[in-house]
Design a protein around this ligand. Structure first.
Ligand SMILES: Nc1nc2c(c(=O)[nH]1)N[C@H]1C(S)=C(S)[C@@H](COP(=O)(O)O)O[C@H]1N2
Ligand SMILES: [Mo]
Length: 426
């Protein structure tokens, strides 16, 4: 039993003793309680939220019905976006997608990180050695490119009228990542002429591997050890993870132990057989990387109920793999008219940005939507525009059970006269 648990038990025991004594006079109970007081210091050494706050990740943990085809075990938990304040996801609520089920239990003292392949000087780092190198801290979202897809593993709850933002968009989260720029490590190793790709490999049971063009590795990729001010959580890749800002989640290799510099993509399992989206003509799209602009209103949103007419703040999150969010527009009339929302600091590149807008509900039916634009000028598409890209029609997207990768269409929430809010899907 760890000290914290044992303290909690003592605390409970003492609580029971106190309750028993309290049957006598209150005065005689007090000194007894003081004698066996719990170690309050111990109890508060690592903080916890209020026991009255219940928001949790939900999803499928090794559920055979929800597994991707041929997958031995799958682990996917969505983040409760509707309960989040600001733009940082609490580490304990960061979404999880892991193909090797449980996170490996890695001792950071034992862990080694290797850079090899087409380099002049292969390098091996301990975690402490990485921490001696020049570091950066940056806000970045990580998003599975299957997030908000109308088909695929998260499809059934995503398409329900009862869906919440967690159901529709819960495979994205944003953290302050701290680590060493991969470009610095590659410079140190000396990338050889002709090198065009890297492959990054994790030390989980499934040895998750991902091929990444060297341009990204030399641009803004990070070998991260910190997450929101503390070591990366085990579910997120403790002690090291690759962060590829703005790129599909699959590239952000957790429990990173090896980067090989190569001259071609390695056609690893996930990037070829599992993750590519199959288009209508039966062809897969391989090696897509950057995620487009996306936003979702988190309040009011599906599953909530407005208690009365009057003032509400519309609040939500917007993000883009292309850069920073420049603008978010809100419509409360099903897309007829749009008004600019206010963007809240920090507005970071390839990070969630919080937006808000005032709204007065007059008790009539309303459809709430948000539409974001990034600093490249790319505008979040309508579902009809996504369908067109896909070579399909909206009805196909509505019915498909396949993953529609990078699905970033505008999300509508319908407010009914009784104040209930539901997923208007599309
Ligand atoms: N080693 C390893 N890295 C991994 C994965 C994995 O299964 N193993 N899953 C990838 C996928 S598909 C996604 S979407 C992200 C999810 O990151 P998170 O679990 O920290 O949210 O991690 C990526 N990195
Ligand atoms: Mo993913």
């Amino acid at each position: 039993m760890n000290p914290r648990e044992s303290n909690r038990r003592n605390f409970l025991k003492n609580g029971a003793a106190l309750a028993g004594l309290a049957m006598g006079t209150a005065a005689s109970a007090l000194p007894a309680a003081a004698e066996s007081a719990p170690d309050i210091d111990e109890l508060h050494k690592y903080g916890e939220r209020s026991h009255l706050v219940k928001s949790v990740r939900i999803g499928s943990i090794n559920n055979p019905e929800r597994r991707l085809k041929d997958e031995p075990v799958a682990f996917g938990l969505k983040s409760p976006l509707q309960d989040q304040a600001g733009m940082i996801t609490p580490s304990s609520l960061h979404f999880i997608v892991s193909h090797g089920y449980e996170p490996p239990d890695i001792d950071p003292q034992e862990h080694r990180f290797l850079i090899h392949g087409m380099v002049d000087r292969p390098l091996i780092f301990t975690v402490d050695e990485l921490k001696r190198l020049p570091s950066v801290s940056r806000f970045h979202f990580i998003e599975c490119h299957g997030n908000s897809s109308p088909g695929g593993p998260g499809g059934p709850e995503r398409k329900s009228v009862a869906a919440t933002p967690q159901d529709t968009h819960g495979f994205t989260s944003c953290s302050l990542w701290t680590g060493v720029p991969l470009s610095l490590l590659l410079k140190e190793a000396g990338v050889q002429k002709g090198a065009t790709w890297i492959t990054a490999e994790g030390s989980d049971a499934s040895k998750h591997s991902k091929s990444i063009p060297i341009g990204k590795a030399l641009d803004d990729a990070l070998v991260a050890y910190g997450m929101n001010g503390e070591p990366i959580r085990p579910e997120q890749g403790f002690p090291l993870r690759l962060v590829t800002p703005g790129w599909q989640g699959i590239n952000n290799v957790k429990w990173l132990h090896r980067i090989q510099v190569v001259d071609e993509p390695y056609m690893a399992m996930m990037e070829t057989s599992r993750y590519p989206s199959v288009k209508l003509d039966g062809k897969s799209r391989w090696f897509e990387f950057e995620l487009g602009p996306k936003s979702v209103i988190t309040r009011p949103s599906g599953g909530q109920r407005l208690p009365a007419q009057g003032y509400y703040e519309i609040s939500g999150l917007a993000w883009s793999g292309g850069g920073a969010i420049r603008r978010v527009e809100i419509s409360a009339d099903g897309g007829k008219t749009w008004k600019d929302a206010q963007l809240h600091d920090p507005i970071a590149k390839k990070a969630h940005t919080r937006f808000t807008a005032p709204w007065n509900w007059n008790g009539e039916e309303a459809v709430l939507q948000s539409r974001c634009t990034d600093d490249q000028g790319t505008v979040q598409p309508t579902v009809a525009e996504v369908a067109k890209l896909w070579g399909a029609d909206v009805d196909y997207l509505r019915k498909t059970s396949a993953i529609v990768g990078d699905f970033n269409a505008i999300q509508p929430w319908k407010v009914n006269r009784d104040g209930s809010v539901q997923n208007a899907i599309f």
